[in-house]
Design a protein around this ligand. Structure first.
Ligand code: SF4
Ligand code: SF4
Length: 444
């Protein structure tokens, strides 16, 4: 534990095996596959997920999103936030223990590497007590080198979502992209080599509002004092079964003792459950650490999953899914703007017809690679003659062309006449409102 005043107490967590450790390893493997493989999967000529910041585009599983689709980003962020609230209210800090990148990389890479090079906890502590030596120095140097390699690989994986995996990993990325990799790699290295559990304890905002997200029905990693206390393992009955072996403490990556009750530092990694499960069954008892809720511990009642806060979060999640799906269904993969040509209200042609000139801009966000032809129609101006060149665009292309609307003078009865421009493509239709300035204004 910390801290900042210069009294950091290094946490040397002992390795552990057990059911939850195995579940977590498989979870970490799945998350690694998702992280490293997704940017390599081509969908519609682009990576499955790519955030193209210079062109303000996001490619996601064959769809192209632009700044006009920011509402989807908002919906996704809200969905993720309420999912976190929902699962936290039900199962506590599942995210921290099983899916947070901080936990995943520390548990999947950093602690195994450390153990491989410097030995398990007892050896590391012995070396620390022995003080500086060549043995300590070379092991630390090799360990830090390995950490640096992991940090750069992880940074490359994250930056792949912004720079494109193929270019980045084959050395064809730009200097800015590699500079970002270096910056992220340096931050990750600092975290792996030094900051570690302090990130959860002092920087992570999620840990700070745990109290507001959980209640006495939330299932959390818990020590069962009714069976464990008083410690010593001397009692023959149902009580006092904790033999005070300290295994649940030495495996804790946060350096806390689960027997002290709920603590904000606990990331619900379940290592202490596996540790006690490795001890108690040998003595013929069930583990003294497990998943439970406060109501269960106090009165033996089962926790309720359906309660006001979980129902509220579930309703919000369902609402977001419905709204998001409806918007996605009606989303048209191209953008249209119609603006009056600068400095031109209207002109009267030689035949007396009134002419308005607009600038029509179409931007294609079509997912399919081939060219798409857009048809332009105008309605709301009976008898109007519309002159517009054909629009054929490839994905991500944008084109601006004059849209000329001519109306016979006899038909221009009002000073302004609203009308609509319809742009259609095989993927859908966009309608834009516009206003025709008429010759009636000439005499006023
Ligand atoms: S107390 Fe247990 S669950 Fe909490 S961080 Fe420590 S080992 Fe993980
Ligand atoms: S591992 Fe179990 S028996 Fe050992 S100290 Fe922790 S709670 Fe007690």
């Amino acid at each position: 534990m910390l801290g900042f005043a210069g009294t950091r107490e290094w946490v040397e967590a002992q390795s552990v095996t057990g059911t939850f450790t195995t579940i977590r390893r498989w979870t970490f493997l799945a998350l690694h596959v998702i992280l490293f493989v997704t940017p390599w999967i081509p969908v519609g000529g682009h990576p499955a997920v790519l955030v193209d910041i210079p062109h303000r585009q996001v490619f996601a599983f064959g769809n192209v999103y632009t700044a006009a689709d920011t509402i989807f980003l908002l919906i996704i962020v809200l969905f993720l936030a309420f999912s976190l609230f929902f699962f936290t209210s039900l199962f506590g800090r599942l995210w921290c223990g099983y899916a947070c990148p901080q936990t995943v990389f520390l548990e999947a890479w950093i602690r195994p590497i450390e153990q491989w090079i410097e030995g398990d906890r007892s050896r590391r502590l012995r070396r620390q007590r022995q003080g500086p030596s060549f043995d300590v120095a070379w092991r630390r140097a090799v360990k830090w080198l390995a950490f640096a390699i992991v940090a750069v690989v992880v940074a490359m994986a994250f930056v792949s979502y912004f720079a494109g995996a193929r270019d980045l990993w084959t050395g064809k990325g730009g200097p800015v992209e590699y500079a970002i990799v270096a910056a992220f790699g340096a931050v990750f290295f600092l975290d792996f080599a030094w900051f570690r559990e302090q990130f959860c304890n002092y920087l992570c905002p999620y840990a700070r509002f745990q109290g507001a997200l959980t209640d006495d029905q939330t299932i959390q990693v818990t020590y069962f004092p009714a069976r464990g206390e008083p410690r010593g393992g001397k009692n023959a009955g149902e009580e006092g079964r904790c033999i005070d072996c300290g295994k649940c403490v030495v495996v804790c990556p946060q350096g806390i003792d689960i027997r002290d009750g709920f603590q904000l530092e606990c990331i619900a990694c379940s290592r202490c459950i596996d540790a006690c499960t490795g001890v108690m069954p040998q003595l013929g008892h069930a583990s003294l650490v497990g998943y439970s809720s406060l109501v269960e511990m106090q009165g033996g009642r089962r926790p309720r999953f359906l309660r006001p806060r979980t129902l509220a979060y579930a309703a919000l999640l369902v609402g977001l899914v419905v709204v998001g799906a409806g918007m996605a269904r009606n989303r048209v993969p191209f953008e249209v703007t119609v603006n009056r040509a600068p400095g031109s209200l209207f002109t009267v042609d030689g035949d007396g017809a009134v002419r308005n000139t607009f600038l029509l801009k179409i931007t294609s966000n079509e997912p399919q690679p081939g060219p798409v032809t857009y048809t332009v129609l105008v309605d709301g101006l009976p008898g109007a003659e519309v002159i517009v060149p054909p629009f054929t665009l490839r994905p991500s292309e944008s084109h601006t062309a004059p849209l000329i609307v001519r109306l016979p003078a006899l038909d221009t009865v009002a000073r302004t006449m609203p009308f609509r421009v319809h742009v259609t493509a095989p993927s859908g239709e966009v309608t834009v409102e516009a206003t025709f300035k008429t010759g009636a204004a000439v005499g006023e």
